[in-house]
Design a protein around this ligand. Sequence first.
Ligand code: HEM
Ligand code: NAG
Ligand code: NAG
Length: 327
Amino acid sequence: MASARLRCQLFLFTVLLMAAVTSGAKLSRSYYSRTCPKLESVVRNKVNQLINADRGMAPGLLRLHFHDCFVRGCDGSVLLDSSSNSGEKDAPPNAGSLRGFAEVDAIKALVENTCPGVVSCADILALAARDAVVKVGGRYWSVPLGRKDGFVTSLVEANTSLPSPFMTFDELVQNFAAVGLNTKDMVILSGGHTIGQAHCAVVIPRLYNFNGVTGATDPSLDPTYADFLRTLCPSDQPLTFIGEMDATNGTFDNKYFKAVKSNKGLFTSDAALLTNSFGARIVNKAARNPQSFFSDFGNSMVKMGKIGVLTGSRGEVRRVCSAVNSF
Ligand code: HEM
Ligand SMILES: *[C@@H]1O[C@H](CO)[C@@H](O)[C@H](O)[C@H]1NC(C)=O
Ligand SMILES: *[C@@H]1O[C@H](CO)[C@@H](O)[C@H](O)[C@H]1NC(C)=O
């Protein structure tokens, strides 16, 4: 009896502890309502202006928040310059492909003009990602706030924590589970690939050297689409860009899932979503029902935005996003 009760209490304690660790219980939608009431409109107006000037900023800002959260939590660590080429910016998954750093610095400068020393860079990334999605056709979600900025950025951690485009379904599931996201989150958030660009390097092995066999093409890739990709990406041009990943013109919609469904997912990791029956069910539903995709995407973004956050007295509010404050 007594030991059963003890076990029950232990279980409850563990559940509560896990909830506290993973839910980011201290984030709040009204965190800045007294200290920076204009924050959301300042960020939104600037994001809209940046995207009007360069539509590629929409995918750029979305991906920055994702890459921030997967490495040391959503703590702005991706924004820190590294003094000796050892920071996240210089990690292979980021170097030469993340974009929007100068633009985030510009948003931060405006926010500092409005409310000096109050708003973290990590929160600015979360808001900018949401505003970017909305600006190019996605649906609004409200963003819990109150993150603090971290002090550390690590190339090695970025290289080991971020998912690779060559991963299988099970590897992707494990990679997301390591930061508290489930299989559905993984599939739904992959829908971020409805906007943005990629380097040919990511698809060249699928087009010319599948499984290490010279001349072989990944059979899970639609043959007509493979022909098209070969015209965009000659085998010796890894640095060439493939424009829109789902070929729908930079609009945030559910066309990514239609593309994946018809074997036109660009990366191995996109095609992998169909190789598992649960994954395929989520892909099919998102492809059929844009409204359910939009609402799922917002929910998973909120979850992603709570990964490993620093709150309260942990972390700081950086004055500029590219460097920790000096005391
Ligand atoms: C599921 C695992 C994922 C893998 C393996 C992956 C991998 C990649 C790769 C390789 C690129 C192209 C980089 C380049 O060649 O320049 C890319 C681009 C992009 N990814 Fe992902 N990604 C994943 C999940 C996500 C998630 C969760 C989001 C956001 C919710 C996201 C948003 C984007 C965006 C917006 C771009 C385009 C960036 C730009 O145009 O600047 N990805 N991703
Ligand atoms: C990044 O990780 C890959 C694969 O795990 C490894 O081969 C590569 O050497 C690493 N690169 C750096 C710069 O650490
Ligand atoms: C591309 O997107 C723009 C802006 O949303 C839109 O006005 C235009 O009609 C689109 N073009 C095509 C070919 O879909």
